[in-house]
Design a protein around this ligand. Structure first.
Ligand SMILES: Cc1cc2nc3c(=O)[nH]c(=O)nc-3n(C[C@H](O)[C@H](O)[C@H](O)COP(=O)(O)OP(=O)(O)OC[C@H]3O[C@@H](n4cnc5c(N)ncnc54)[C@H](O)[C@@H]3O)c2cc1C
Length: 462
């Protein structure tokens, strides 16, 4: 397969480097990408985390200040923002310029009075959680991995689990963005409530998010207990109850038996307060060692289990910061259904056991509280997310996903914005009540379509 190479432009010297035609032409034919550090231009290939997508951009620019972001937007006709490249689809792709937020990665201030932290958009959760813990605070929830950027996670409504926990975007109190025309705009939940609800899950369309202020809670400890082989029957009658048995509960299954393979229960523990240790959980038996969600893999990459208490940021993600999250070589898809229909939706998918078998690595089922963010799959709807970690066989996965989507169509499922799906644009749009309001907001802030890409043109405007 021909690999697309692109020019990497470092703005370290605060100079904007023009690329030679030769460099761009060469890029189309060689598996190397052009990289400019200081005055010298090198070549690099840029892929997403999973390696299933080679970005089609011609330039990759890494501004380190708001001023440099403004400069990039002023000098390029089409720009797409790139976070930590953890999406599986083309939502972050472009054939023009990619603006990477890798150097916008600092903690600006932890404010104990307002119980907030303000960070730059490109920082990864794993880079500042310890600092806020040391200051006595916590974020209400985290995704399965701490490796993702805050702005990238919020832009796609990334979530963890917990019946009372909204997705990570619900934790945003205000954000600063550089809009397409170069203006610096601050949107806050308090001062611009309606615009705010249409801006946090932005899908990268409203501007470059340069700063976010996140709400904090007092720091807390969490213990993680894993239970094996939960009878699938329990889901029919007790799904909401068993998802409510901890601060954050995840079910893992490969759909190949009449059991959920693993139940991970993350519970808040308070020093000095007794904790009733369960030997079983709705018929599932307590694990006697740390396990990986894919049981055949080593648990070395996973956060500590076996009920050992630890700080929230070392227990809420499933995977440790310094290690590969998940399985590595994989594809992912995920669908949100209303909590009240989730048991039925899971049964409908279970009937596809044989079709799923050739591709499945593991499924994870999580709960997410309802929110008010227009483009969140949980907009005014408490949801259950049914996730698939799949083998890296794109053709096979593309055959499988329409079957899953058809099976859960009666529940008006919505796909995760950052993962693979095959749902058509019209159906997808019909499931978002506020899509017209969102489109109007995009048109207002980006009338010249500078921040658009093919994904947005197809699934939002198509
Ligand atoms: C191993 C693995 C585990 C995962 N686990 C979870 C999970 O537990 N829960 C979950 O919900 N998802 C999960 N995901 C999906 C992931 O959280 C999302 O894809 C998320 O968007 C990744 O953030 P990113 O910074 O890598 O985004 P990118 O892929 O770089 O970009 C995503 C989108 O955000 C936009 N964007 C990025 N930065 C900015 C910015 N500063 N300003 C404006 N727009 C911006 C981009 O334009 C793009 O549209 C997982 C993915 C992987 C690979």
């Amino acid at each position: 397969m021909q690999q697309k190479k692109l020019n990497y432009i470092s703005m370290k010297k605060r100079t904007f480097l023009k690329l030679s035609t030769a460099a761009i032409t060469g890029a189309a034919f060689s598996p190397i990408l052009s990289c400019t550090t200081g005055n010298k231009s090198d070549s690099v290939i840029l892929k997403n985390w999973a390696g299933n997508l080679t970005y089609h951009a011609i330039d990759l620019i890494e501004p380190a200040t708001v001023g440099e972001v403004q400069q990039v937007l002023a000098k390029n006709a089409t720009v797409r923002v790139l976070g930590t490249r953890h999406c599986f689809n083309t939502i972050a792709d472009t054939e023009a310029t990619l603006l990477s937020t890798a150097k916008l990665n600092k903690v600006i201030v932890i404010d104990p009075n307002s119980q907030t932290v303000t960070v730059e958009g490109g920082i990864r959760y794993g880079e500042f959680c310890k600092e806020i813990h040391n200051a006595g605070f916590a974020i209400h929830n985290l995704a399965s991995l701490p490796h993702i950027s805050v702005a990238g996670a919020c832009a796609t409504a990334t979530h963890g689990s917990g019946m009372k926990n909204g997705n990570l975007a619900t934790n945003v109190i205000s954000m600063e963005l550089v809009t397409a025309n170069g203006d610096v705009l601050t949107i806050s939940r308090e001062k611009n409530p309606d615009m705010f609800n249409g801006a946090v899950v932005s899908l990268g369309t409203l501007g470059v998010v340069t700063k976010l202020t996140l709400g904090l809670v007092p720091t807390f400890d969490v213990r993680q207990d894993v239970f094996l082989n939960l009878p699938m029957e329990q889901l029919k009658t007790n799904l909401l109850e068993l998802m409510s048995g901890g601060y954050s509960v995840s079910l893992f299954t490969d759909w190949q038996s009449d059991s959920i393979n693993q139940v991970w229960v993350k519970s808040v523990v308070k020093p000095g307060e007794p904790f009733e240790v369960r030997k079983e959980y709705f018929g599932a038996i307590r694990a006697d060692r740390n396990v990986h969600p894919i049981i055949a893999l080593s648990a070395e990459n996973c956060t500590e289990q076996m009920g050992v208490p630890g700080a929230w940021y070392e227990r809420l993600p499933h995977f440790k910061m310094g290690f590969t999250p998940s399985s590595g070589e994989e594809l992912q898809a995920e669908y949100f259904v209303p909590q009240e229909s989730a048991a039925e939706a899971i049964q409908a998918i279970a009937k596809l056991r044989d079709e799923i078998k050739p591709y499945i690595l593991i499924t994870e089922i999580r709960s997410i509280a309802a929110d008010e963010l227009w483009m969140s799959p949980c907009y005014q709807q408490a949801s259950m997310a049914i996730h698939f970690t799949l083998k890296q066989d794109l053709a096979g996965v593309n055959q499988l996903l329409p079957k899953i989507e058809a099976a859960i169509a009666p529940y008006h499922s919505k796909p995760h914005w950052g993962k693979l799906f095959t749902l058509d644009a019209k159906t997808l749009q019909s499931r978002y009540d506020r899509i017209e309001d969102f489109k109007n907001q995009v048109m207002k802030l980006d009338p010249d379509k500078k921040l658009r890409n093919a994904f947005i043109d197809q699934y939002i405007f198509g």
